[in-house]
Design a protein around this ligand. Structure first.
Ligand code: HEC
Ligand code: HEC
Ligand code: HEC
Ligand code: HEC
Length: 309
């Protein structure tokens, strides 16, 4: 395991971690998709697990990311009252029937950023737009679900360099708010960033938005096949599924481990978390917690709102 405290200097630690982590992330993701032939997608589960599907598709996991649509904005959002000033630009979310973009106006003129994807929903919604070179970027305006108000997404994202630089909010176009580098597998399923180092560009793809069934249960293509081939009313002896259920003999710790890669905010070193394996031996502590980050003087874009405070 990495001995964080023995590394030479906080800034160097961060650089080292970032390089290692980004490099590994790409090869994981590519391998992940290449090896993805065993996945069959959530829709293929409806036939036999319709109740589970129903519960899942309306849950925060099923909706961890969803496309922005007119219906979504009508149901979930309220119009913005006043434009929000960020630096010398001002921003307004245009969510009317024939709209769907964030308007920017400032010294360099007017710009429209189409709202393409929505993330979150428990307390806040974040929105994504495509910028140059395939970068999916978190838009500067977010929506507070409880207060029913728009606010400056990046105002609370502070980069800490104690004693070196003043703390100040990151700009919304910072890489810390780039989906391809910072949100990866936690809000979509079976993602490959397809980052091209030479052109610094992304051709990111993923199998499904949201955390699909197979993120937790593992690839289930073989399971679907075996169950379809079995005579009606006689489930196959071998379900051909590596699942995380206590009923199949996994310990509570193993079940909990399936949640750790996202909820403990760390990154598995393997292609994906295989049901049943230990989290601690497969992770690198590059997204360690907030307090540790401050103590070590690390770089931390507070990307997930749940880490605030
Ligand atoms: C053709 C029917 C069929 C399809 C399609 C199907 N399953 Fe199943 N599944 C079964 C049967 C039968 C069982 C065993 C009886 C039970 O637990 O309901 C089962 C059990 C399970 C279990 C519980 C295993 C355990 O350890 O108890 C999980 C998890 C599961 N399926 C996940 C999935 C996922 C994910 C998909 C879609 C990718 C899927 N299934 C598609 C028929 C199917
Ligand atoms: C691949 C990443 C991932 C995995 C694995 C994962 N989660 Fe989540 N979970 C999320 C994300 C992302 C959200 C928030 C989605 C949103 O609000 O858009 C979430 C939300 C939740 C919520 C809703 C929060 C609330 O208070 O209502 C619960 C509960 C939860 N997860 C429990 C679990 C459990 C238990 C497991 C393991 C069995 C698990 N999660 C595995 C990513 C994950
Ligand atoms: C390591 C996994 C991980 C990464 C990376 C990640 N998230 Fe999350 N995110 C989560 C989990 C887990 C939750 C749910 C936490 C809860 O409800 O307890 C969540 C929740 C959210 C929410 C809803 C918060 C709320 O309270 O309503 C938004 C919005 C969000 N994430 C956006 C992002 C964005 C944008 C990025 C990238 C810039 C990102 N996340 C990166 C795991 C992650
Ligand atoms: C966030 C992780 C996660 C996601 C996403 C998820 N499940 Fe599960 N599921 C679990 C866990 C954990 C258990 C087992 C709990 C236990 O055994 O105590 C489970 C149990 C099951 C079972 C067995 C229930 C039983 O009574 O034995 C089935 C079937 C199942 N899930 C199907 C699905 C299907 C189908 C989907 C998608 C539509 C899905 N799951 C999405 C984590 C998940």
């Amino acid at each position: 395991m990495w001995k964080i405290r023995r590394l030479p200097h906080p800034l160097l630690q961060c650089t080292l971690f970032s390089i290692v982590a980004l490099g590994l992330q790409n090869s994981w993701a590519e391998d992940n998709l290449k090896n993805n032939s065993g996945y069959s997608g959530s829709v293929s589960c409806i036939e036999c697990h319709d109740h589970f599907y129903e519960l899942w598709s309306t849950s925060h996991h099923g909706l961890a990311m969803q496309p922005y649509t007119r219906d979504f904005s009508k149901k979930e959002l309220t119009p913005q009252q006043d434009a929000i000033q960020i630096g010398d630009q001002s921003y307004s979310a245009k969510i009317g029937p024939d709209e769907g973009w964030v308007a920017e106006s400032g010294p360099e003129g007017e710009k429209k950023y189409p709202i393409e994807h929505v993330m979150g929903g428990k307390n806040v919604y974040y929105f994504l737009t495509t910028l140059e070179r395939g970068r999916l970027q978190t838009l500067p305006l977010a929506y507070d679900v409880n207060k029913k108000k728009w606010y400056d997404t990046a105002a609370s994202g502070v980069r800490h360099f104690p004693g070196v630089l003043d703390d100040e909010p990151l700009h919304w176009t910072d890489r810390a708010y780039t989906f391809n580098t910072s949100c990866y597998n936690c809000h979509v399923s079976q993602l490959a960033t397809n980052y091209d180092f030479k052109s610094d560009s992304y051709h990111t793809v993923w199998a499904e938005p949201g955390i699909n069934c197979e993120t937790c249960h593992g690839p289930a293509g073989e399971h679907v096949k075996a169950c379809k081939e079995a005579p009606a009313g006689e489930p196959p002896q071998d379900l051909r599924l590596k699942t995380v259920t206590v009923s199949r003999g996994y310990t509570t710790e193993q079940v909990n481990t399936a949640c750790a890669p996202c909820h403990a905010k760390m990154r598995p070193l393997t292609n994906a978390m295989e049901p049943g394996i230990s989290f601690s031996i497969t992770t690198i502590w590059w997204r360690w917690n907030m307090r540790t980050s401050i103590r070590m003087g690390g770089i931390w874009g507070r990307t997930t709102p749940t880490l605030l405070g």
